[in-house]
Ligand binder design. Structure first.
Ligand code: TRP
Length: 333
């Protein structure tokens, strides 16, 4: 019973607004694809308590609802995925967080790379709130409490997972085996670049990013203004645009057409205009479908509520079971 994995795949998503197609292709689609393989049923939660490190509660709440609608509209199938909101099991997670906090030192936490980066970029020790400091322990608690085997995350989250494994090991060594070590499921990182040619596509450079909420016309305008490549040459920017065009296209014919255009381009023909048309076609088809699906979903808040309620029940059952083991290990000796 103890130290057994309870969940095959578990991951958390941050309720931030304004998702781009790079977020979709890099982080969301892999989970959607995973869920399509039978019998896995990933457990996915929205990290609304983590969002409180840098968002006002009302903002975190608004984005939590938005991000659920986004994920459902992007194809996360509630029949094959379990979705819940982190705060639905806040008492269990926070209790475990405080128990785990005993087993990591202040100095160790200050060395967590993700925290160090944040302290360099957005905040300083004098102004950063203490929830930011505890972020890795909070994350370890929400992972360990579900006892998952694999946690799919981007590279930037690896150091957080190491903290989770370290805490699992220390807890087990101190009180007896409770937590099986969660393994990283490394997502292949797609290099989706800014349409402006420099750096990653990100919401901080909106002219170079396609947002899921962009209207079709403005998305097409951004593509028209995108940088291209001279005939016969492959660049990182072109490669990224080819990935976008192919991944978002709906059928094999369109994908083949894109390959043909690129073959012509490599043989020295002037076909970047054609390519942009194909790219615009893929992107606008994708956005049109997504936006229609999302509209339908948000008109049905009861459905979302019941999906989240079912998810919370499953998450709470796992969490209660784990906490019973934790309390037994810690206090009944
Ligand atoms: N820190 C993660 C991010 O910024 C979100 C997250 C919170 C998470 N808890 C998690 C991811 C647990 C995986 C598992 O993206």
């Amino acid at each position: 019973m103890e130290k057994e994995y309870k969940v095959k795949i578990f991951t958390g998503i941050r309720p931030t607004g304004d998702l781009t197609i790079a977020n979709y292709l890099g982080a969301i689609k892999p989970i959607v694809d995973m869920a399509e393989e039978r019998d896995i049923n990933p457990l996915v939660f929205v990290a609304d308590m983590h969002a409180l490190t840098d968002s006002e509660p009302s903002v975190a709440k608004k984005f939590t609802h938005e991000v659920v609608a986004d994920y459902l509209a992007l194809g996360l199938d509630p029949e094959r995925t379990t979705i819940f909101i982190q705060s639905a099991i806040a008492p269990q997670i926070l209790t475990l967080m405080s128990y785990l906090s005993r087993h990591i030192t202040v100095a160790e936490l200050l060395r967590v790379p993700a925290l160090k980066d944040k302290l360099k970029k957005n905040a300083r020790e004098e102004t950063a709130n203490a929830l930011l400091f505890l972020y890795p322990v909070l994350m370890a608690a929400d992972i360990l409490i579900q006892r998952p085997e694999y946690v799919p995350v981007g590279e930037d989250q690896e150091s957080h997972l190491e903290v989770a494994r370290l805490l699992a090991k220390r807890f087990n060594a101190r009180y007896g085996d409770v937590f099986p070590p969660p393994k990283t499921y490394q997502m292949k990182s797609l290099r989706i670049l800014s349409l402006k040619g420099k750096g990653k596509m990100s919401k901080s450079v909106p002219e170079g990013a396609i947002f899921l909420t962009d209207n079709i016309e403005s998305a097409v305008q951004k593509i028209k203004k995108a940088v291209t490549s001279v005939e016969g040459k492959m660049t990182d920017g072109l490669l990224s645009n080819i990935i976008i065009a192919k991944e978002l296209s709906k059928n094999e014919n369109d994908k083949m057409r894109i390959d043909e255009i690129i073959a012509e381009h490599m043989s020295g023909k002037k076909v970047m205009g054609e390519f942009k048309k194909a790219l615009a076609n893929s992107v606008s088809g994708f956005l049109t479908d997504f936006q229609a699906r999302r509209e339908k979903i948000i008109r049905n808040p009861e459905t979302i509520k019941s999906i989240l309620k079912r998810g919370a029940e499953i998450a709470a059952k796992n969490a209660d079971e784990t906490m019973a083991l934790v309390e037994k290990a810690m206090f009944s000796r």
